[in-house]
Ligand binder design. Sequence first.
Ligand SMILES: Cc1ncc(COP(=O)(O)O)c(C=O)c1O
Length: 472
Amino acid sequence: MSTAINDLELIAPLADEQELLALERKYCSWGDTVHYLDPPKFFERAEGHYLYDREGTPYLDLQMWYSAASFGYGNQRLNQALKDQIDKLPQLACQYLHSEKVELAAAIGRLNESKFGLEGRVHFNVGGAQAIEDSLKIVRNSTGKNLVFAFMGGYHGRTLGASAITSSYRYRRRFGHFADRAHFVPFPYCFRCPYGKKVEDCGLYCVDQFAKNFDTEYNSFWDPKAGEAEFAAFYAEPIQATGGYVIPPREYFPALKKILNERNILLVDDEIQMGFYRAGKFWAMENFDVDPDIIVFGKALTNGLNPLSGLWAREELISPEVFPPGSTHSTFSSNPLGTAVGMEAVRMMEEENYEEITQRKGAYFLAQIRDLHRRYPKVIGDTDGMGMALRIEICHEDGFEPDRELTDKIFAEGMKGNLDARGRRTGLVLDIGGYYKNVFTLAPCFDMTEDEIDIAVELFEQLIRRCAPERI
Ligand SMILES: Cc1ncc(COP(=O)(O)O)c(C=O)c1O
């Protein structure tokens, strides 16, 4: 006979950290996240660009929830928008309309009209990978094809469809055959050029290599008689995020887009991590002067307050005549809490000059880490940045061979919470990315002042000095 639920003690009162870790080991799936640290770290509170652990120790956060909380933890204006919506219209089935959904879609639609001179519509979902799934449906629906190009080192999420176009086999290995696996193309990662070239004089060799695919039908991509490619779209992050904040040369995307246009292949721009000014422009792709056919977004649209994602597509790909009601549907897709916060975030982006803010602060931050690079050449192999998306690549003494071990050590040391921020005991929250897991991908809060950026860099330097004393 089963016990009545009321007789069970389902929620243990006031568990301490050790008890919580034991519960986590027993009851939590480890499959829904990554377990970088052993044991994983608990945090209790967040404010501005700091996380606070259960003892109240502050940790300066340089990754801001993988760039989802760009406008700062506990941003008063966005929090207030959420609270107001909770009191006004907190729940509503998506089949009914609410003004915030329509206004947010119109705001993004108008913005893209002005940026690209293109008409289009906005489609919502929850979470980046789901929006990627929706974009795949739009591509398939409008082209009748399901093969796509994507980049080596690219990351588009971990649902089945998104895993098929994400380069890491590791994310597919245990889940059977992926018939729609993308054809992966080398990304212009110039510090480690896949073709062994130097960016100064390569003449965009990688683009030429891509163009060659269409030279003859025997290369397997193109039917010259039909004038048709077997591939429907190219999925691209303008700056590779999980791949290590890899920034392509400015001329790369225009050259690639020219080929895609000639071959009638759609460009799907994944702005989930770089959108909303992370890279100094509303859309990171704007840095490269290219018009995408579809833009996929998520994360920072709600400053991480609500899992709202979406896509914008050109009118001819998404009009109700071609993509009718119910083509995708999710219970929570355009939920009123998410759209209300997203609306306020876009209003805030319209009022504040985030282009100037992120470019100015990003340039300041980049100058600081370039200085670190100059002073610690036996630890740092490469630094780069665009807007407030910055990278520090940790290498062995030769300045090139990736040093994953040291990267992990620095990361773990930062999480101990015992650095000295000008007399205040502090931790440093970092995130590791990169093809060789040796890159610190920095996504600092947009509100950081220059003085706070200095403190962050000082903390990073302390980590280098602690973790690699023999190389300084
Ligand atoms: C570029 C990019 N695309 C897609 C995703 C997947 O988004 P989500 O984790 O919300 O599913 C991410 C997440 O980090 C991302 O960075």
